[in-house]
Structure formats: structure tokens, C-alpha cells
Design a protein around this ligand. Structure first.
Ligand code: NAD
Length: 467
């Protein structure tokens, strides 16, 4: 069974299910007193946790993974109800499974000391020590997985962590954290629940040495400002507007399914989803038709319905962003190929997969992050022009190039300004492969050995070489 982490009777913030509008539960709203209590407990526990060493800490991560596997189904159902994502497809069950496999992969990483100079005069060795207290602040789209991305390497490196989940999806994260904490010394992992003010007070706390933040670019900027006071190190995974460039030699039918999921995974509410697609004019119409065929075959429905692979938009604010951008696209002469109107029969937050053609750079649906089930498809005639379009915005999380010629695809990939560029796929992540953005998408790397290093402080010891 899942541990219940809810607010005391009659208090807390009401959390409603996006698919049904039903009340799911009440989340605690923590105060600055709670923050101080958590910081004191974390500070006291951290040195002992660090002293356990990598072997024992990795063993604990593996045991946490076992515990999550044991509650995978109820956790997936809670996640589905709270976030809105369906159980099946790359959704709730997938996300919970990814949490335990990520914990195991993080436990298995090898962090070696680096001999940076050994020249006969001196030997200098670089190692990474624990930072101390990490603040982990996350969004609502992949709430469990992103929490694990932040927490697993923090713990592995010997830090204490206080997590501030999104106020839109606190219940599933708090439930997962309470299970994780059962394998950890008291105080090493804390949870602080509440809105952005609570997050702001956490990241600005003088005891915080590192902030792992995933969320909007606007909030990321505020966190950079706050770090001026405590000089916390930052890893910022912020918003994106990933471009996909389809070269003339791509095979529309062969790529349609992968392009579709690149854009519409988690019903489009994914940081590194394909958010604007540039297609060469020679295959534009064929690809649009192939994508529309895939879209029409994908069942959208309620989260606990076993047939659904697409769900509602998580919240009304995001729903308004998506529908507003599509309305704007219509007014600018965009052609709606599929979707284009809310699916009110399913519920107030359902918006269909919406493919829009006939748009250009400068149109809002192309230039602004929709973070939902609408994709602008822009026709181009010259590859240089498509690369310039991909690079013209002040974000650079991911991008993709689609082609049947690997050398040509690589050449285009090299010119695209983004932290990750995929060839013939979009958005795939791997626990060994570093991930992070450029420009307004943030800075710092997560995952793999680089991700571990980002949760430690470098320390160099230099000694004279032996005579
Ligand atoms: P958001 O920035 O509104 O909120 C994210 C979290 O930050 C929440 O927990 C919120 O309470 C907290 N917060 C807000 N203001 C804060 C402040 N000043 N100080 C401290 N904490 C603060 O983002 P969201 O709407 O939850 O998420 C959607 C956005 O996140 C999209 O732009 C998406 O692209 C981005 N995102 C990026 C990645 C990535 O890896 N780059 C992953 C997922 C989502």
C-alpha cells in the first residue's frame, strides 16, 4: 500500500483530477517553520549520510527502487489520477517504471578520481565531494520521474535533499518520497509542499548549496536572482521550443509514428517534445497526411481507462495556453488538419491532437512554447533557411533532424543550437547520456557521470611527485 501523505483533516490545498474534475485529496501547505525544521534535520543528517560512502549509498538507491517496484501499480494509478496521464502508452506505468530503473542506473554509475597532472613534478587529483543540502524543485508534467532525476544523483553523491514538488501534482510526489525515505536515515530526504512562494523560500535559504530546478524559464530567472544571496550552484532545466527539421530525403510514412510521439508524448506536455516541425516542401503534404493518420488512430480518454494513450491537459492554465495559441493560428490563416476545438464531451480539459499547417516563423504557435497537444508544421524550401528558423529563438533544449542520409543529417545536426539533437527520433533520454539546455532553456547537465559531478563540489589535491 502507498503511504498516505495528505494534509490534516480540513486543511491544505484541494487537488482535483484533471480528467474528471473530482476531488482527489488535499495537499499540505508548508510554512517557513516547516522549512526550518527540514533544513535543521537535513543539515544534521547529511554528514552521516556522506560518511556511508558510494557503495552503501548505491545499495540504498537499489533498495528504494525495489520498494517503488513493489508499489508500482498503486503509484501509477495515483499519478494518472493526479497528473491526468493515462496508465498505458508512454504514460503513468511507464513513468513509475522509469523511476526505479533510473535509480538503479544512478546507483551503478562509476565516478573515478581524475589525475589531471602527473608530470614528474607534481600529481594533481580531482575528486568530487558532497555539496551539502540540495533543493529540488520540480514541475507537473513528469512529476515522479523528474523528482527521481533530481534526487537520485543528489543522494548518490552524499547530499541531503529537500524536494518542493509542483503545487499541481504534490500528492503522487509526496507518496513516492515517503516510500523513498523509508530506506534513508531520518532527515536526509525532506518534502516541502506548497506553491511558488514556498519554492522561493526554499531556494533562497542560506543553508542551500545547490538548486536542481526544472520548470519555466521565468521561474528559472528568479532562481538565478535568488542565488545571488546564497551562491547556490544551479542546474536549470527550463522551457523549450524544440524544432524538428525534416530533410527532403526522409521517408514520410516511415517516420510518421516517431515524429508523432516526439511531439505528443504525455499529450505534448513534455519539456523536450517536438514543438515546431519544419518540413521540406517536396514531402510536406505527404508527411502531414501520414501524421494525421497516426493522430486519428490514437485514443484519447480518461486516465484510468486502459484504452487511452493520450489524456487531458493537466490544468486550466495550460489548457488556455494551448487553445489560445490554436485560435491565434486560425486567425493568422493557419489550416487545421486535425483537432482545433476542445473535446468537451470528454471533459473540460481535453484538447485533441491538433496539427496546423500554413504557419510561419513569427506566428505565435510557432514562436511560443505550447506545452500541449498542438503542433505547427512549417513548410520550407531551403535547408539553410530551416536551420536558421530552428536557431532563431532564445531557447535550445532539444532538436531533431530527420533524413535517410546519416552524413547529411549529422551535418545539419551540427549546426543546430540545442543541448540535445536527435537524428530520426526526438526526445529519447538515457540515464548514461547527459541532458541539458542552452540559451533560455537553462544550463547545467543531468544524467550520467556528468550529472553526478553536478551534484558534487570539485576538490583538487596536489602533491609533489616522488623523487
Ligand atoms: P513553473 O516554473 O511554473 O513551476 C515549476 C516549479 O517551480 C513549481 O514547483 C513551482 O512551485 C516552482 N516555482 C515557481 N516559481 C518559483 C520561484 N520563484 N522560486 C522557486 N520555485 C518556484 O513550471 P511548470 O508550469 O510547473 O512546468 C512547465 C514548464 O517546465 C515548461 O516551460 C517546460 O518546458 C518546463 N520543463 C522543463 C524541463 C526540462 O528538463 N528542461 C522538464 C519539464 C518541464
Amino acid at each position: 500500500m502507498l503511504a498516505r501523505v495528505v494534509a490534516p483533516e480540513g486543511t491544505g490545498e484541494e487537488i482535483f483530477e484533471p480528467a474528471t474534475g473530482d476531488l482527489l485529496g488535499r495537499a499540505p501547505v508548508h510554512t517557513t517553520d516547516d522549512l526550518e525544521r527540514l533544513v535543521a534535520a537535513a543539515t544534521e543528517a547529511q554528514a552521516g549520510w556522506a560518511a556511508l560512502g558510494h557503495g552503501e549509498r548505491s545499495a540504498r538507491l537499489n533498495r528504494i527502487a525495489d520498494r517503488l517496484d513493489a508499489v508500482a501499480e498503486p503509484l501509477a494509478r495515483l499519478l494518472a489520477r493526479e497528473q491526468g496521464k493515462p496508465l498505458n502508452g508512454p504514460n503513468a506505468r511507464f513513468e513509475v517504471g522509469a523511476c526505479s530503473s533510473w535509480l538503479r542506473a544512478t546507483a551503478a554509475l562509476e565516478l573515478q578520481e581524475e589525475v589531471v597532472v602527473d608530470d614528474g613534478q607534481q600529481v594533481s587529483v580531482l575528486t568530487y565531494r558532497p555539496i551539502g543540502l540540495v533543493a529540488a524543485v520540480g514541475p507537473w508534467n513528469w512529476p515522479l520521474m523528474i523528482t527521481v532525476w533530481q534526487v537520485a544523483p543528489s543522494l548518490r553523491m552524499g547530499n541531503a535533499v529537500i524536494v518542493k514538488p509542483s503545487e499541481k501534482t504534490p500528492l503522487s510526489v509526496l507518496a513516492m518520497l515517503s516510500i523513498m525515505a523509508e530506506e534513508l536515515p531520518e532527515g536526509v530526504l525532506g518534502a516541502l509542499s506548497g506553491g511558488r512562494e514556498v519554492g522561493a523560500s526554499l531556494v533562497a535559504h542560506p543553508a542551500v548549496r545547490k538548486v536542481m530546478f526544472t520548470g519555466s524559464t521565468a521561474a528559472g530567472r528568479k532562481i538565478v536572482e535568488a542565488s545571488g544571496a546564497n551562491l547556490a550552484r544551479l542546474t536549470l532545466e527550463l522551457g523549450g521550443n524544440d524544432a524538428g527539421i525534416v530533410l527532403p530525403d526522409a521517408d514520410p510514412k516511415a517516420i510518421a509514428q516517431d515524429v508523432f510521439w516526439g511531439a505528443f508524448i504525455n499529450t505534448g506536455q513534455t519539456c523536450a517534445a517536438l514543438k515546431r516541425l519544419y518540413v521540406h516542401e517536396s514531402i510536406h503534404d505527404e508527411l502531414v497526411e501520414a501524421l494525421a493518420e497516426v493522430a486519428r488512430a490514437m485514443p484519447m480518454g480518461r486516465s484510468l481507462d486502459e484504452d487511452s494513450v493520450l489524456g487531458p491537459v493537466q490544468n486550466s492554465m495550460q489548457f488556455d495556453v494551448v487553445s489560445g495559441l490554436v485560435e491565434d493560428a486560425k486567425q493568422r490563416g493557419g489550416t487545421i488538419v486535425t483537432g482545433g476545438e476542445p473535446l468537451t464531451d470528454l471533459g473540460p480539459l481535453f484538447y485533441p491532437v491538433t496539427l496546423v499547417t500554413g504557419l510561419h516563423d513569427g506566428d505565435r504557435l510557432v514562436d511560443e512554447e505550447q506545452f500541449g497537444p498542438a503542433l505547427p508544421i512549417v513548410k520550407y524550401s531551403d535547408v539553410d533557411e530551416a536551420v536558421a528558423s530552428a536557431n532563431r529563438l532564445d531557447v535550445g533544449l532539444g532538436a531533431s533532424v530527420w533524413s535517410s542520409d546519416p552524413a547529411r543529417a549529422q551535418e545539419v545536426a551540427d549546426r543546430v543550437e540545442a543541448g540535445s539533437v536527435w537524428i530520426n527520433s526526438h526526445g529519447g533520454i538515457h540515464p548514461m547520456v547527459p541532458f541539458g539546455g542552452v540559451k533560455g532553456s537553462g544550463y547545467g547537465l543531468e544524467f550520467g557521470v556528468e550529472g553526478l559531478k553536478a551534484l558534487g563540489v570539485p576538490k583538487v589535491v596536489t602533491r609533489r611527485s616522488a623523487e
